[in-house]
Design a protein around this ligand. Sequence first.
Ligand SMILES: C[S@@+](CC[C@H](N)C(=O)[O-])C[C@H]1O[C@@H](n2cnc3c(N)ncnc32)[C@H](O)[C@@H]1O
Length: 246
Amino acid sequence: MDRPAFDDRVAGYAISQTHRDGPTLQPTVEFTTAHENNRVLDVSTGTGFTAHALLRTGAQVVATDISHGMLRHTLTSPSSGLTGALSDTHRLAFANNVFDAVSCRHAFHHYIDGPAAMHEMARVVRPGGRVVIADTIAPEDDTAARAMHEIEKIRDPSHVVNRPVADLLELFESAGLDPVQTKLAETELLFDPWCDRTDVDKKTRDGLWEKFTRDKATKLMFSVHESDQHRTFSWPNAIIAGVRAL
Ligand SMILES: C[S@@+](CC[C@H](N)C(=O)[O-])C[C@H]1O[C@@H](n2cnc3c(N)ncnc32)[C@H](O)[C@@H]1O
């Protein structure tokens, strides 16, 4: 994972409508079951949209990220009581069993070692506590999954992998987390702001749009549309909550 790349992306993520209030935000907060006096860790907090939504439950929220720029933005934006630390999710800087819940939204696909990151999140949550992952998922169809992966890698070389829901559920179980809630959601993305966030140049952008529109199956699978104003597509997402065994 290239940390400086994320340091340069703060402005783009800070204005991203998808991250600010996309369809995965409220389910992520609900699935943590966070409430007053809970201690919640929001890993890979980015520009802090999930951390701030969690704060509104009355919970004490700790935000972490591997990117200094992202964390600085999140901790200095107007908020009450958000604390945080620079921390790689593969090696969280916290003792065992110290949080009631851990959330990780739109970041799991960046982790080089997904199982290790999942074990870390499970380690810091108390027995009976929850780990909630919200992320893009790979479609069941192999051709569509390959197309999605190819597009993601071109648009963002730091992208590692989108997993099918079944693989994510297995990762929860391997880390000692019982998956108790799963919700699927389609996230509609504006193609150009999505490219802007990772600084995609015009030639690469044209090539990406060609990949989205090259055949009917891809267009249908990812709800690809073009109007006078916008080019849009949708990625499949899942929000999954797992409870750590007592
Ligand atoms: C799309 S942003 C996260 C969005 C945010 N969670 C939200 O809800 O708005 C992805 C974040 O993952 C962070 N990240 C990538 N790899 C990481 C790692 N190994 N450990 C911690 N954070 C990481 C990046 O720095 C970036 O801030």
